[in-house]
Write a protein that binds this ligand. Sequence first.
Ligand code: SF4
Length: 305
Amino acid sequence: MDPAKRASVGALSEVRDDVRSETHLEEQVKDWLRYGEDLGLAPYYRDRAPLHAIESATASSEICAAVPAAMAAAAPGRASDAPTNVAPSPSASQKPATTSTILPATAPSLFEAIERIAGDTLPRIREDIGDCTRCKLHKGRTKIVFGTGNPNADLMFVGEGPGRDEDLSGEPFVGRAGRLLTDMIKAMGLQREDVYIANVVKCRPPENRLPEKDEITTCSPFLMRQIDAIKPKVICTLGSCSAQTLLQTAQGISKLRGEWFDFRGTKLMPTYHPAYLLRNPAAKPEVWKDLQKVMAVLGLQPKKR
Ligand code: SF4
């Protein structure tokens, strides 16, 4: 065979191999997706996507495109695949005042299957924590800051961890940031006693640093149990740590805030931490917009001045 003909036959054979390999890969992906569905994992991934992404995808019959994106969004440490990148966010003027169109869960999530404890109560969770030494934060703490408020609250706030004042008093959000949170709650037409307030970690990180990954991993199951016991209608996370922990994402709070998420069947609204607002008062209107969305869902009227 002449060299030119041999080269073209070789090239044709390579193309054929590529096509075969692509077909094989496609079959593998389809098998993998079927396997995931058989295990009931699809909702686990889907319920961590921004609701607007799923809703718009459903409306436009593009759910197949949205689910892999949501699955990617669920993977921690991949900022480029972060949740709000799943679909373009509507502009502020296009966003609905309420998000009653929450995607219903079709099966229990992976977390639901693993972590829910039937008949769990706040006293039992506190008892289980005991005089905890499970992570290194116990070394510097004065008091465990378990959480406070209405055990049947419709609204639960979740911060990152106790500061100095909280460590001394044993109560969450009692310092300057806490007073601002109390003002925010009152502006929503509620009292502090009406809501429940807790943190991702129950002991103060040294020098008020952010909780570290191993500390969050060790302590956050207690928060999950608190949420399950209280069964709030809405969770409002304060700052990046709590949003990232509950949503299992590395996405920053400035991208997450103001969007509704589904956390195991409960609506979750991330917003800025009050301590951030003390440093950046210009961000207060953004937080107020987020809280107004929460109020609309809970049917709350702003406090009359
Ligand atoms: S932060 Fe949580 S896990 Fe760590 S010692 Fe305190 S209560 Fe225990």
